[in-house]
Design a protein around this ligand. Structure first.
Ligand SMILES: Cc1cc2nc3c(=O)[nH]c(=O)nc-3n(C[C@H](O)[C@H](O)[C@H](O)COP(=O)(O)O)c2cc1C
Length: 182
């Protein structure tokens, strides 16, 4: 039997009605048996990254965030594009992790809730690779939810869950995590 997996999800949007968050919630709610997904509530609470506050001076909330990353078997990131770039809050959260030990070789999957935003996707890929995350390209999952009404959004999520692509992206990610490392 494969071991249970804990996945930690980072949402780059702080909006209450965030489509990226809805996408992460759908992944969480349809995770295969044995897979737990927790969506981070800490990103919007982190102080602005400052290298002077690393090491012994690391704020408690940053340590708590890093501990979640460290405990996770894999990370899922979903974020909007802001001005052709990454949302500052998400980049800030990632910056806190750059010099720490939790990230190298940590599997990561990107989910994306828009038909647009390719600049942000390109930057996110570059940042994650530079930080030595193990990006699982085959698990990339895109579902255009931008501009949809609540009902249309729920229908799109339900359709994607029933017809399979949402769950199969997650299954691919979990399979990549479970492959024994040589
Ligand atoms: C400040 C700001 C800047 C944005 N810049 C872009 C952009 O450069 N390109 C784009 O495709 N969408 C842009 N958008 C639209 C968001 O990326 C889009 O609404 C996104 O799907 C929202 O994600 P969310 O529902 O998870 O908050 C911008 C939105 C905001 C609020």
């Amino acid at each position: 039997m494969e071991k249970p997996l804990f996945l930690y999800a980072l949402c780059g949007s702080q909006r209450k009605a965030s489509t990226n968050r809805r996408l992460l919630e759908a992944l969480r709610d349809n995770a295969p048996a044995g897979v737990t997904i927790e969506i981070s509530e800490l990103i919007g609470e982190l102080p602005i990254f400052n290298p002077d506050r690393e090491g012994e001076k690391t704020p408690a909330i940053v340590k708590a965030f890093a501990a979640k990353i460290g405990a996770a078997d894999g990370i899922i990131v979903a974020c909007p594009e802001y001005a052709h770039g990454l949302p500052g809050g998400l980049k800030n959260a990632l910056d806190w992790l750059v010099s720490r030990d939790e990230v190298p070789f940590k599997p990561v999957m990107i989910a994306h809730a828009s038909h647009r935003g390719d600049f942000a996707l390109e930057q996110l890929t570059e940042v994650l690779r530079t930080m030595s995350f193990a990006l699982v390209d085959g698990a990339f999952f895109r579902l255009p939810l931008l501009g949809k009404s609540d009902d249309a959004l729920a229908a799109a999520l339900a359709e994607s869950t029933i017809s399979g692509p949402l769950v199969s992206a997650l299954v691919k990610f979990c399979a990549a995590i479970n492959i024994p490392k040589t």
